[in-house]
Design a protein around this ligand. Structure first.
Ligand SMILES: *[C@@H]1O[C@H](CO)[C@@H](O)[C@H](O)[C@H]1NC(C)=O
Ligand SMILES: *[C@@H]1O[C@H](CO)[C@@H](O)[C@H](O)[C@H]1NC(C)=O
Ligand SMILES: *[C@@H]1O[C@H](CO)[C@@H](O)[C@H](O)[C@H]1NC(C)=O
Ligand SMILES: *[C@@H]1O[C@H](CO)[C@@H](O)[C@H](O)[C@H]1NC(C)=O
Ligand SMILES: *[C@@H]1O[C@H](CO)[C@@H](O)[C@H](O)[C@H]1NC(C)=O
Ligand SMILES: *[C@@H]1O[C@H](CO)[C@@H](O)[C@H](O)[C@H]1NC(C)=O
Length: 558
């Protein structure tokens, strides 16, 4: 019954789950228990997916995500259950241990293939004479008009011929009169070609948020598992023992981007046209605003520019070389590379800008997802069939035998109180034990225990004084029986004082702490030199030899 949430207060502790530990590798998350675990009647409704039981344990909890929306895992033990809101608690003989593993959350986007576009359309020109639309390769070389596989001329691929002169697209000398007469007038032939890589363009549609939560319940040697997620919000274990319901919406997510105004471009995989597989190499995947594209290719200076747009541009011969071919994929790619060299985030590339791209479960060959980095609680309603559960719920008196507080270790600011209790009655029974100190000590979590007749049990409570000034504290240990009635109480006091970090045990009459580096009692003069508070003693009427003992028979008399 160890906990890593020491701040839970006494009242919170009625929530009856006892956290054994948080297994998240880098992150300790606090789980919120939204209600007590309750024992309820199983109602038979017409729905399928009900537990086949007469009684069930119902609990409600919130599981946060790990850092950056990553995986989270918690383990909790259900120690008690409340019988029909009577405040009467029942303890399990074999407490079910609950493990909840929540996967990282992701946003998955629908993709619609649109078309392929060239990465880098290029303008070519050839200095020639006799440039004509239908000139052959001897005259216009690369700018000869193109034919398709059926030998049909491809429209708008013919060269555009510009006369020579200084004010031209490519300024050129017109040569001498003799050349002009003999060979024809000098000119330049211009054309656009798409020699390099091609990219697939996808429209981005609706997004859906996904994650999965695996709930495992171990009772003795029996293990039951249930997997739920936004698609399957309710599920039941194969053995009909556990039912889990994911409650509520994911309205909490506020910063999942919507890419409805963007297209996704990825390098062509294999041939032209819609790819079967988008591949796993994300290094050149980019998201670009839709307005940067011309889907029919008829606009200049947009991604997807066509032969038609290029050849049809107005004032062709007097416009600058390469006009109509700006703002292409390669320009955006290079802009990103410049930013990356300056250690800035890319503006268009997806890598480096998003986490866990396409790492969702069952990521297929044709998907686009990004990790959701927001930390969000998932509310779960967990029901366990309670028909075969055994309880320990007999009542028996008990006593607190001792409270023992060893000195705080030097250089730490907390210590551990150990409280020994015994069952003074005739039957095995459950108890609760609390240890509360005056307000300057952080509230400690209530502990639940089961003791056989005459059995003694020792429980530890960590003390965290909130102040680093010398102070006195009054504490009370309270033992309650299974009906939550107080059966014994012991009070005690302790004080802390300041100390110095010097290295000598200046006549310390007590067992020095393990590190042996601190003088405890000559330090009053050294308060100005104070670094750490150290628990000195319990005021018990006895000389404290490193610990304090309080007999429960003398309760309330300090
Ligand atoms: C429910 O459990 C009872 C007793 O174990 C059994 O007889 C009955 O067939 C079960 N019903 C269903 C729907 O599984
Ligand atoms: C509540 O407890 C009483 C006494 O044990 C019992 O008679 C009653 O049926 C219980 N009610 C429910 C709803 O379980
Ligand atoms: C839950 O997660 C923890 C930590 O990641 C892992 O050790 C454990 O095996 C997981 N449990 C199940 C049932 O997958
Ligand atoms: C949801 O349930 C259906 C039918 O029970 C199952 O086929 C599917 O795999 C489940 N999906 C997830 C994500 O568990
Ligand atoms: C991914 O693609 C880039 C650009 O095409 C290439 O340089 C890189 O080697 C590829 N990486 C892998 C792992 O194939
Ligand atoms: C403390 O004193 C002892 C004995 O004088 C010495 O051996 C030890 O190194 C000292 N420790 C520190 C931390 O100064």
């Amino acid at each position: 019954m160890r906990t890593q949430t020491p701040k839970l207060g006494h009242k919170t502790l009625l929530f009856l789950l006892c956290f054994i530990g948080f297994l998240t590798p880098h992150d300790v998350v606090a789980v919120q228990i939204l209600s007590k675990s309750k024992l309820e009647k199983c109602e038979k409704t017409s729905d399928s997916g009900n537990l086949n039981c007469t009684k069930k344990i119902v609990l409600n909890m919130a599981i946060p995500s790990g850092t950056s929306g990553g995986e989270a895992s918690i383990v909790a033990e259900i120690v008690e259950v409340e019988e029909n809101s009577s405040q009467k608690m029942q303890n399990f003989r074999i407490p079910p241990v609950l493990t909840v593993n929540k996967s990282a959350a992701y946003a998955l986007y629908e993709l619609t293939y649109i078309r392929d576009v060239a990465f880098k359309p290029e303008e070519y020109y050839v200095k020639t004479r006799k440039c004509e639309r239908d000139a052959d390769a001897k005259v216009v070389k690369i700018c000869e008009r193109l034919r398709d596989e059926n030998d049909h001329i491809i429209e708008h691929t013919e060269p555009i011929c510009c006369p020579c002169g200084p004010q031209r697209r490519v300024p050129s000398s017109c040569g001498n009169v003799f050349d002009k007469l003999m060979k024809g007038k000098a000119n330049t032939a211009h054309c656009v070609r798409f020699p390099g890589d091609w990219f697939h363009v996808f429209g981005i549609g609706q997004r859906s948020v996904g994650f999965s939560v695996l709930v495992q319940v171990k009772t003795g040697s029996k293990v039951s598992e249930v997997l739920v997620g936004p698609e399957n919000r309710t599920a039941i274990s194969n053995d009909n023992f556990v039912r889990v319901n994911l409650i509520g919406d994911f309205v909490g997510y506020t910063n999942i981007p919507s890419f409805e105004d963007f297209y996704l471009v990825i390098p062509r995989q294999g041939g032209p046209g819609q790819p079967q597989n988008l591949g796993r190499n994300l290094s050149m995947w980019m998201l670009l605003e839709r307005v940067r594209f011309s889907l029919d290719g008829v606009e200049c200076n947009k991604i997807g520019v066509s032969y038609e747009a290029f050849n049809g541009q107005p004032n062709f011969c007097s416009s600058p070389f390469w006009s109509c071919l700006h703002n292409q994929l390669w320009n955006f790619w290079e802009a990103d590379q410049n930013r990356i060299e300056r250690n800035q985030l890319p503006l268009y590339g997806v890598e480096g800008r998003f986490e866990r791209i396409n790492q969702h479960p069952n990521a297929g060959t044709h998907s686009f997802s990004i990790g959701v980095t927001e930390v969000i609680n998932t509310n779960l309603l967990i029901e366990l069939s309670a028909d075969d559960v055994e309880y320990v719920y007999q009542r028996s008196p008990g006593k607190i035998l001792s409270i023992n507080v060893p000195m705080f270790e030097a250089l730490t600011q907390f210590g551990t109180a150990t409280i020994t209790t015994t069952n003074t009655g005739e039957v095995e029974a459950s108890y609760s034990l609390t240890f509360d100190c005056s307000s300057d000590v952080t509230l400690m979590e209530e502990q639940f225990l089961i003791m056989k007749p005459k059995e003694t049990t020792t429980r530890a409570f960590k003390l965290y004084p909130a102040t680093d000034q010398a102070a006195k504290y009054v504490c009370a240990a309270i033992l309650k029986d299974s009906d939550y009635k107080e059966v014994d109480r012991a009070e005690c006091q302790f004080s802390t004082t300041s100390t110095v970090l010097d290295n000598g045990s200046q006549g310390n009459p007590f067992n020095p702490p393990k590190t042996g580096t601190t003088g405890f009692f000559d330090s009053v003069e050294s308060i100005w030199n104070n670094l750490w508070n150290i628990l000195v003693d319990f005021v018990t009427g006895k000389t404290c030899s490193g610990c304090a003992t309080v007999a429960s028979t003398s309760k309330g008399t300090f």
